[in-house]
Ligand binder design. Structure first.
Ligand code: SF4
Length: 452
C-alpha cells in the first residue's frame, strides 16, 4: 500500500480533514509532511483521494457526531473504489481504540495522537488487515511539517497533561506530560526561521508546566527559559503559546512578556468558572482569588496586555450564585475576548458521572446568553483602546469579509482587516480607525512602508 502509483498508475493522493484544537492542526501539518515525504500529494476533494484521513477531536460528545457524519461519506467512497484506504487518527480514535473497527469495519487504520508515525509504517507495509496503534510514544513534532502558512509555525513543546480536570478527556487521550528537550526545540525553531517562519506558536496541553520532567545540570528546565531561548533566535519576530494553566502562570513567565522582544502581549488564561466551589468540583487546583491574583500580576508587568479566557457554564451543581460569581469575575477582569462553552458530559470523565444538581438545558442557554452579553460588551470596550494607534500587523491573507482588503493580526492577537499593499507574511504598520468586539479595521501606513 505504498505511494507508488494508484490503480491508474498516477501518484497517490491523500485528503485529510482536521477537527479540534491547535494541537490537532499541528499534528495534521506533520501528517501531511510525512505523507508527502512518502510521495503522496494532497487532493483538494475527498472524492479524488486514494487515502482518506480524519484527525479527530474528542473534547465534547458533539465532536463525535459531527465527525461520524463525515465518516459516512468515506464509507460511500470506499464502496465505490474498494482500493481506497480510510484512516482515523486523533483523540476520538484514541478514546475508543479497537472499537473503531467494530463500529466502522470499512476503516483500514486507526491511530492515536502519539502514533501518527505508525501511519507511514502501515502505508508502506503489505498488511492486508486493519491495524490500530494506540500507544503514547513519540512526538509528531519529529515528523516533517507541511505548514498551512509558510511564515507561521507550530512548535510542539510537550505532549499530554498531568492535570485531572473532572470534565476533560485529554489526559486519557493524550497521556502523561512529556516535555521535548530544550536544545531540540531550539534547533527546530532555528530551522523554522531559516525556512521563513516569522511567528512561532508553542504548543502543549499545559505549556507553562514545560520542563518539569527534564533535567539540565540536575535541575528542571522552565518555560520562561524556553521562551528566552526562542526569543534569542534570529528571524523570529513573534512568539505565542497555548494553552497555559493559571496554576503555572508564575512571575518569571509574566516578566518574560514584559522583557522579551518577540513574546507577544497576549495571554490566554482559562478561568472556566468564577466560583471557587465549582472550580473545586472541576478539580482546577486554583480558586477565584488565586486566579485574580494572577491577573493582577500580569497587568502589573504588562499593563496593555490582551487577556483572553475559556469559561464553562452549567457545570453540574452550578447555582445561580455560582454563575453570578462567574459574571463578577468577567466584570472585574474585562477580557479582550473569551471562548464560552455550555457544559456537556464527556463519556469517560468523572464529571459525566455526576447526577446531583444537574443544570436544566434552558437554564444553561439563558446563562450562556447573559455571559455572552457581558463578554462581548467588554471585548468591544477594550478594543477601543487601539483606535487611533498604529499597530504592527502580521499579514495572513485576504480579508474574509472584504476581498478588497487584507487580514492580519496584531501582537495582541487582534484580527485586523485593512486596506493596503502588504502581502501575506509581511509585518506592516496599520493605523486603526475602527474596533468591534471581534475585529479591528484600519489603513496601512504607507509612510512606514516606504521608510521600511
Ligand atoms: S489542564 Fe485540565 S482542561 Fe487542560 S488538558 Fe489538562 S486536564 Fe484538560
Amino acid at each position: 500500500m505504498g505511494a507508488e502509483g494508484d490503480i491508474f498508475g498516477e501518484v497517490k493522493r491523500y485528503h485529510l480533514t482536521t477537527f479540534g484544537c491547535q494541537m490537532n492542526e499541528h499534528d495534521s501539518e506533520r501528517m501531511k509532511g510525512m505523507l508527502e515525504s512518502l510521495g503522496y500529494t494532497e487532493a483538494p476533494e475527498r472524492a479524488e483521494a486514494d487515502l482518506i484521513l480524519f484527525n479527530t477531536c474528542s473534547i465534547r460528545e458533539s465532536a463525535d457526531s459531527r465527525f461520524i457524519a463525515h465518516l459516512g461519506e468515506a464509507k460511500r467512497l470506499k464502496r465505490e473504489q474498494p482500493g481506497r484506504v480510510v484512516g482515523v487518527g486523533g483523540c476520538w480514535a484514541q478514546s475508543v481504540k479497537e472499537e473503531v473497527f467494530a463500529r466502522f469495519p470499512f476503516v483500514d487504520v486507526a491511530f492515536g495522537p502519539g502514533q501518527v508515525h505508525k501511519l507511514a509504517e502501515f502505508l508502506t507495509s503489505d498488511s492486508l488487515t486493519a491495524q490500530g496503534y494506540f500507544e503514547f510514544e513519540g512526538f509528531t513534532g519529529h515528523l516533517p511539517a507541511r505548514r498551512t502558512r509558510p511564515f507561521q509555525g507550530w512548535l510542539q513543546i510537550s505532549v499530554g497533561c498531568n492535570c485531572a480536570c473532572s470534565y476533560c478527556i485529554v489526559p486519557s487521550t493524550r497521556g502523561r506530560e512529556v516535555s521535548r528537550p530544550l536544545a531540540e526545540l531550539v534547533a527546530e525553531v532555528e530551522a523554522m526561521s531559516a525556512d521563513g517562519v516569522r511567528e512561532v506558536t508553542l504548543l502543549g496541553q499545559n505549556v507553562n508546566s514545560y520542563g518539569r520532567d527534564l533535567r539540565i545540570d540536575g535541575r528542571p528546565a522552565s518555560f520562561s527559559e524556553l521562551l528566552q531561548a526562542v526569543d534569542a533566535i534570529e528571524g523570529i519576530e513573534r512568539i505565542r503559546y497555548t494553552s497555559p494553566h493559571p496554576k503555572d502562570m508564575r512571575e518569571d513567565v509574566v516578566r518574560a512578556h514584559a522583557e522579551l522582544r518577540s513574546l507577544c502581549e497576549h495571554i490566554h488564561l482559562p478561568l472556566q468558572s468564577g466560583s471557587s466551589r465549582i472550580l473545586k468540583a472541576m478539580r482546577r487546583t486554583y480558586d477565584r482569588q488565586r486566579y485574580l491574583d494572577r491577573v493582577a500580576l500580569i497587568r502589573e508587568h504588562v499593563p496593555d496586555v490582551a487577556l483572553t479566557t475559556d469559561i464553562i457554564v452549567g457545570f453540574p451543581g452550578e447555582s445561580e450564585e455560582d454563575f453570578a460569581e462567574t459574571l463578577e469575575v468577567v466584570e472585574e477582569v474585562r477580557y479582550d475576548s473569551a471562548f464560552t462553552f455550555i457544559f456537556s458530559p464527556r463519556r469517560g470523565t468523572s464529571a459525566a458521572e455526576l447526577t446531583e444538581g444537574l443544570v436544566p438545558h434552558p437554564v444553561k442557554v439563558q446563562r450562556m446568553e447573559r455571559l455572552l452579553e457581558a463578554v462581548q460588551r467588554h471585548a468591544r470596550e477594550r478594543a477601543q483602546r487601539f483606535v487611533g494607534r498604529t499597530m504592527e500587523v502580521l499579514v495572513e491573507g485576504p480579508s474574509r469579509t472584504d476581498p478588497e482588503r487584507m487580514r492580519g493580526r496584531t501582537r495582541h492577537n487582534k484580527v485586523v482587516n485593512f486596506s493596503g499593499l502588504a502581502t501575506p507574511g509581511e509585518l506592516t504598520q496599520v493605523r486603526i480607525d475602527g474596533a468591534s468586539s471581534q475585529t479591528l479595521s484600519g489603513e496601512e501606513s504607507l509612510l512606514a512602508r516606504v521608510a521600511g
